[in-house]
Write a new protein. Sequence first.
Length: 139
Amino acid sequence: MKNNKKEILAACNAFRKNTLLETLEIEFIDVTEDTLIARMPITPKVHQPDGVLHGGASVALAESVGSAAAFVFLEYNKITIRGLEISANHVKSVKEGYVFAKAKALHKGRTTQLWQIRIENEEEELISLVKLTTISFHK
């Protein structure tokens, strides 16, 4: 990482304004040498009708953190990242608190990248396991 942790998180969080990330209250909270972590509060606005976290909200969280991780870890100037494919396995429900999404690269190619995003609850139990394929291209 060419920038320090505080700068990276500030840059990622700055992109939230007036986007789905702001609507869902997704916040980038940590970055390591190979992971980017974001959290999302579990409130009624991300619930299914029966009061548990909606799988679509989990997928939105996963694609958000995976795409941001691609931008951070590829360290290319003037690139655009887009999601090509996403698949999610939801293994546990959650009704309240926060979920945490940790994106880690499985493959960082010049054009396509493969990311694994683990979504866990506050007790570090797996909620969803997501695979995201991204593409990067020059603006």
